[in-house]
Ligand binder design. Structure first.
Ligand SMILES: [Fe+2]
Length: 275
């Protein structure tokens, strides 16, 4: 744990975010995330602008799920109950990652405006809620988070973008999380078709909230481009080409992406770069 003085640690949202990030137990991570957000909204915390940042700290992960390469994960089918549970488990894993992503965004970049910490601590709270919804659902099927293997793909992009908040906002919410907006409506339909109505309802809540999370990414990406007086469109294109061209896949959910702040010009670029 970082050497913060007790007072600074207790009152700083970003120092406490680091603590949430490192927690290994999902239950503890959820409980502390909700508590931290509540203290922030009650005005009990400030941003420690001089916080010393540890470059290569890993997030806390529970012993299970085992993290394996993406291509070692079995192909999932919604037809069987186990296949359905395994699919919901992959969503639980995304949400667990998303709690860490939100707290890392709060911890790692200490010189952003106050609203930035408000946005990302709200996201952490919502991700903790999503995680709990799915994990409770898995338990009702006699599974839980950790019952299946998972992969580390999401977190690798977080590690690659530690060096710059602008790059982080462009590539984590606006590429990886935006992909969720494209694929989730079809999965909701499939679940309904197979009679998994509760799961469909949970994913509908998540889908609604995730539009807002991607929008936060857009807003802070544009803010940083403005601040540095660089062209936002060209910067986004350059970053995709450098890091993520292989991650851009059609078809896009244009309606959701526009709500999340993608411009018509960005959508035109994404459409042609994924052909
Ligand atoms: Fe989420």
């Amino acid at each position: 744990m970082q050497d913060n003085t007790a007072t600074n640690f207790k009152n700083s949202i970003n120092a406490r975010a680091y603590h949430c990030l490192l927690l290994e137990s999902p239950q503890e991570k959820v409980a502390q995330s909700l508590k931290l957000r509540e203290e922030w909204t009650n005005g009990l915390l400030s941003v420690e602008r001089d916080l010393e940042i540890i470059d290569n700290c890993d997030a806390g992960w529970p012993e299970k799920p085992e993290l394996v390469a993406f291509n070692r994960l079995p192909k999932r089918t919604v037809g069987s109950l186990k296949g359905h549970a395994s699919m919901m488990h992959s969503f639980a894993h995304i949400e667990f990652n998303a709690i860490n992503i939100a707290w890392d965004a709060v911890y790692r970049f200490p010189d952003m405006p106050e609203e930035y910490y408000d946005d990302w601590s709200r996201i952490a709270q919502e991700e903790a809620y999503h995680f709990t919804l799915i994990n409770d659902y898995l338990k009702s099927l006699d599974y839980e988070y950790g019952s299946f293997d998972a992969h580390k793909g999401l977190w690798e992009m977080v590690e690659e973008t530690r060096y710059d908040v602008l790059v982080r906002m462009a590539l984590v919410p606006r590429v990886l999380e935006a992909r969720g907006l494209d694929v989730t409506p079809n999965i909701i339909q499939k679940f309904k078709h197979h009679g998994h109505h509760e799961a469909a309802e949970i994913l509908s809540i998540i889908y609604r909230d995730e539009i807002g999370h991607v929008e936060v990414g857009t807003r802070w990406f544009n803010y940083m481009c403005n601040k540095r007086e660089i062209d936002a469109h060209q910067t986004f294109v350059d970053l995709i080409e450098r890091y993520a061209v292989d991650k851009i896949r059609q078809p896009f959910n244009e309606v959701a992406r526009m709500k999340a702040g993608f411009s018509a010009r960005e959508m035109e670029y994404l459409n042609q770069c994924s052909k």
